[in-house]
Ligand binder design. Structure first.
Ligand SMILES: CC(C)(COP(=O)(O)OP(=O)(O)OC[C@H]1O[C@@H](n2cnc3c(N)ncnc32)[C@H](O)[C@@H]1OP(=O)(O)O)[C@@H](O)C(=O)NCCC(=O)NCCS
Length: 199
């Protein structure tokens, strides 16, 4: 199957799955920075622009900035709050009930598939004072490479970098970096094996 056919098949599947979904504003479809109120009554996207499922709440707060690539699909019930920076690369698909809090920076690459009920946060939301009075940083950027598969119900915690082509098992809690091309799973997620590719 040619790349063009694959892209067409993916676009058709996405359209079928999210028919009737609310659409992100046209500005977001160009990969430009999108403003507050994204997807809530925005204009129809340009062809290939992103889709946002019903009941989703995607907000930029204060100086928060959101960059969404072309062909991005976010299913229903997403809860996304961007105080810092969030970027989602081209042709990434995100399942229902995605929870994401970007207080510093979360970058999700292109051609990723995030299953349903995935959570990504770059902060603990709370500070912990150690016995010696010190405090660790509460926030740390999250970076997810291209073509990463994140299984159902997985949680990605602050400071994690996930390499290109990695796979995160269902229900995993990822607190440490994941090398490119590795499957990891469990709580805490551990390396299972290296793979050549996934589809
Ligand atoms: C991670 C995954 C891809 C691995 O599949 P696999 O290669 O067939 O793995 P196996 O079943 O051979 O398991 C290998 C080991 O990893 C463990 N494991 C696999 N998936 C796990 C998971 N999600 N959480 C914890 N441990 C897991 C197994 O128990 C096994 O451990 P053992 O060697 O000690 O017995 C798969 O289990 C998974 O989680 N898929 C996610 C599916 C999903 O969410 N899809 C989204 C739909 S869009």
């Amino acid at each position: 199957m040619s790349l063009g056919q694959k892209v067409a098949r993916r676009a058709t599947r996405a359209a079928d799955r999210f028919r009737g979904a609310r659409r992100l504003g046209a500005d977001a479809g160009s990969g430009a920075q999108a403003g507050q109120g994204l997807g809530l009554g925005g204009r129809l996207p340009a062809r290939g622009g992103p889709l946002l499922g019903a009941g989703s709440n995607v907000r930029t707060i204060g100086d928060g900035s959101l960059t969404v690539g072309r062909g991005v699909v976010v299913a229903h019930g997403a809860q996304v709050a961007v105080f810092g920076r969030l970027s989602i690369g081209d042709d990434t698909t995100i399942g229902d009930h995605f929870h994401c809090n970007a207080t510093e920076s979360i970058a999700i690459g292109a051609r990723c598939e995030l299953s349903w009920r995935v959570t990504i946060m770059d902060t603990d939301f709370h500070r912990f004072t150690e016995l010696d009075g010190s405090e660790k940083p509460m926030r740390a950027a999250v970076e997810i490479g291209d073509h990463v598969l994140i299984g159902a119900g997985a949680t990605i915690l602050k400071g994690v970098t996930i390499g290109d082509g990695a796979v995160i098992g269902a229900g995993s809690v990822v607190a440490r970096d994941v090398p490119a091309g590795w499957i990891v799973a469990g709580n805490p997620a551990k390396q299972i094996r290296e793979i050549a590719d996934w589809a």
